[in-house]
Each structure stands twice: as structure tokens, then as C-alpha cells.
Design a binder for this molecule. Structure first.
Ligand code: NAI
Length: 278
């Protein structure tokens, strides 16, 4: 993906953490940014800061689990920017840390709505114009938990982050038939110093609200290994310039993730061999 001065980038979950880091780095490089988030206060503050340094910025308070709201945002961004070059579906939440049998229907509904439907809701409205032009790039933020078991107690989160991988792979197949130059990249962060563990702050009342829901408690080792949002942004932008499809900014997690994927492949081979020699 050639992002040049004046290219336009949409980022969801932009008011904090990885999305904010990416927005700042895009503006540093002279890109135009359209930012979406559910948190109005932090979003307004960020927009003011980016405008103050000369950025071209538009923004909307948008819940990515609401497809109609994202479509309306997409229409307004396209009207304002004329053409959108890259869409980064980054917004995501993690629920309370508890075993699968204690996760409530509302835990699942909230996390699937934001992390999984939020990605298709964000990509879909921009795709018709990208397909017409034959250019553009789609990015989604998955997680190391989207490729390998990262931590107990986060089944809904891991499910959605694996789902993003499937969504991206099939989107690539869909695009290969009509617009093969449109790129799709999945970002797999490991621990990053953000507000993700306080994600329940944004849980809507209709799904149980933020009160009485425990914040996610992660492994202390994750704190030690956390990198900064800006590191993620720099790593991602370098990877996009090369056209990488799979991007993992926390290099210490690459080998353990690859080992897990090889174990899956070996499990399939072993099982197949055992069956065929019966
Ligand atoms: P963060 O909590 O600092 O930022 C997430 C942003 O998404 C917040 O500004 C929040 O208001 C917004 N958001 C939440 N629900 C939303 C909704 N329904 N619609 C629109 N915006 C919404 O967390 P972080 O870490 O920056 O998260 C960004 C992405 O990175 C997420 O998809 C997360 O799952 C992923 N990730 C983060 C890791 C970490 O260690 N921080 C590790 C792996 C993946």
C-alpha cells in the first residue's frame, strides 16, 4: 500500500491506545485521517491536538457494532475526503476474565458485536467504491489471541480475534475475483500499553452496562512485555509499505505463535496418517 502525503485513512477505536497511536503517526506523515470512536471526550481532545499540529482530520462518535451508524459515517467521510485509501478496523473490547462456562450471553453478544461485526461493519461500506476504483487497503486489528491460545478466561475475545482472520482470508478471495490490487492486512498485536483492560467502561447498558462487570485482569508478565502504541503504528506502517498481509509487532511472540500453527498442521498430518493406515 503506497500511502503518500494526502492519502486518506479511516481508523476506528481511534480515541485511545493503538488507534490513537496510528492516528498520530498518520498525521505526522501528512495523511488525512477520519477517526471513529464511542468515547466523545477523548476523541474531541485528540482531534483538537491533531488539528493544532496542522492535520487534516474528521471524526465521528460511532459504535462499530451498529452497522447503520458506521455506514452513515462512511458516507460522510467519502463525501468530505472524496476517496478513502485505507480503512483500519481497530476498535475492540475484552470482557471480564472468567472461564467459558461463566461467560454470559451478554458477554458474548457485546464482544462479538464490537470485535467481529464491528470489522465487517467498518470494511463493507467502503468496499464498493474501492472495488470500482480497483485500489485501496483494508486492515483489521486481531491479536496474538487470534492465532494461538494466549491466556485463559477470554474465550469470547479469542473467538472474535480468530474470526477476523477467517473474515480477512475470505475477503481476499472475494476481491481476487474483481479487484485483485486491493490489499487486506491483519494486525496481531501482543501486549500493548493501552486501556484495553478497562474496556468494560464502554459496555452499553443494554448489554449489562459497565458497572458490576470486572475489568479484564491480565497476566503480570504481559505488563513486563508491553510495547507502546506508537511502536505498533510504526511497525504496521512499515509492513503496509512492503505489502505484508500478516503483521505482528511484538517480535517475542512470533516464534511461539508459529510453533502453535505448526502443531496444528502436524496434528492434521498425524491424524490423517493414522486414519489412512487403519
Ligand atoms: P483501548 O481501550 O486503549 O482503545 C480501544 C478504543 O476502542 C477505545 O478508544 C474505545 O473507546 C474504542 N471502542 C470501544 N468500543 C467501541 C465501539 N463499540 N465502537 C467504536 N469504538 C469503540 O485498547 P487498544 O489496546 O488500543 O485496542 C485496540 C485494538 O487492539 C483492539 O481491537 C484490541 O482487541 C487490540 N489488541 C490490543 C492489545 C493490547 O495489549 N492492548 C493486544 C492485542 C490486540
Amino acid at each position: 500500500m503506497d500511502l503518500v502525503e494526502g492519502s486518506s485513512v479511516v481508523i476506528t477505536g481511534a480515541a485511545s491506545g493503538i488507534g490513537e497511536g496510528l492516528a498520530r503517526e498518520c498525521v505526522n506523515r501528512g495523511l488525512r485521517v477520519a477517526l471513529a470512536d464511542v468515547e466523545k471526550g477523548p476523541l474531541d481532545t485528540l482531534v483538537d491536538q491533531l488539528l493544532a499540529v496542522g492535520g487534516t482530520v474528521t471524526a465521528g462518535v460511532v459504535d462499530v457494532s451498529d452497522g447503520a451508524a458506521v455506514s452513515a459515517f462512511a458516507a460522510s467521510v467519502e463525501a468530505e475526503f472524496g476517496c478513502v485509501d485505507m480503512v483500519v478496523a481497530n476498535a475492540g473490547v475484552i470482557g471480564p476474565r472468567r472461564p467459558l462456562w461463566e461467560q454470559s450471553a451478554q458477554d458474548w453478544e457485546w464482544i462479538i458485536g464490537v470485535n467481529l461485526l464491528g470489522v465487517s461493519n467498518t470494511w463493507a461500506p467502503f468496499l464498493p467504491n474501492m472495488v470500482k476504483r480497483g485500489t485501496g487497503h483494508l486492515v483489521a486489528t486481531s491479536s496474538i489471541a487470534g492465532l494461538a491460545p494466549a491466556m485463559s478466561g477470554n474465550a469470547p475475545y479469542a473467538t472474535t480475534k480468530h474470526g477476523i482472520v477467517g473474515m480477512a482470508e475470505v475477503l481476499r478471495m472475494d476481491l481476487a475475483e474483481v479487484a485483485p490490487d486491493i490489499g487486506v492486512t491483519v494486525l496481531f498485536p501482543g501486549p500493548v500499553r493501552t486501556r484495553i483492560r478497562e474496556a468494560v467502561r464502554n459496555r452499553p447498558d443494554s448489554l449489562g452496562g459497565p458497572d458490576g462487570v470486572a475489568a479484564f485482569s491480565s497476566d503480570p508478565q504481559f505488563d513486563v512485555e508491553s510495547i507502546e502504541p506508537r511502536d505498533v503504528a510504526l511497525h504496521l506502517l512499515a509492513a503496509l509499505a512492503r505489502g505484508d498481509r500478516y503483521v505482528m509487532p511484538n517480535s517475542e511472540y512470533v516464534e511461539s505463535t508459529a510453533t502453535h500453527l505448526v502443531e496444528v498442521a502436524e496434528g492434521l498430518r498425524t491424524s490423517n496418517t493414522a486414519n489412512s493406515t487403519r
